[in-house]
Design a protein. Structure first.
Length: 184
């Protein structure tokens, strides 16, 4: 965890570090990572779940009971389920997305990977993701875990973020650059 100094400086980072330590000691990093991915997917698809996580009006007891019921429905592993209960009890459910991102970074560092956040206009095929990983591995000199998101507003191309570095090859940016250049 030598790479986690910056992560631990934030509140979500401290929670993610605690979860990571428990997962590492219990040899369940992959299981927790899979559960967090399932939870993140459910959060993106369910307005009710987003409201539960984001609402300061839900009591601690109700939030804890609700996240445990959601975790059981989603089939999350016991460590992640208990962890969500801790977030609910401590009124930190609003930090869930940030905790998931920090956990992924810690897990990637543990495996010797770098995480790249890739935004594309449409979903990438498995072959495209494999080719992208190969190019990024050649560029950064280590394995790369890819987090994919889609944003039709970029029109085409990719936006890749690796740490503090950003490579913007989106058509939207190229068109904006061209329009700016034409204005003189």
């Amino acid at each position: 965890m030598e790479h986690s100094g910056g992560i631990q400086a934030s509140l979500p980072g401290r929670y993610a570090s605690a979860l990571f330590t428990l997962a590492r000691d219990g040899k369940s990093i992959e299981g927790v990572e899979a559960s967090l991915a399932t939870l993140e997917s459910a959060m993106s698809e369910s307005d009710d779940l987003r409201r539960l996580i984001g609402s300061p009006l839900v009591s601690r007891a109700d939030a804890t009971a609700s996240v445990k019921a959601v975790a059981a429905t989603l089939g999350l592993d016991p460590l992640t389920t208990n962890f969500l209960g801790v977030l609910a009890t401590n009124r930190r459910l609003r930090q869930t997305s940030a905790v998931i991102a920090a956990f992924r970074e810690l897990a990637a560092n543990h495996r010797g990977e770098t995480t790249a956040r890739v935004t594309s206009a449409h979903a990438l095929s498995d072959d495209q993701v494999a080719a992208l990983k190969t190019k990024l591995r050649a560029r950064v000199g280590r394995d790369v875990a890819v987090q994919l998101t889609t944003d039709p507003a970029i029109l085409g191309g990719l936006i890749v973020r690796i740490g503090s570095q950003m490579i913007d090859g989106s058509i939207r940016t190229r068109l904006n650059t061209l329009a700016h250049a034409m204005k003189g």
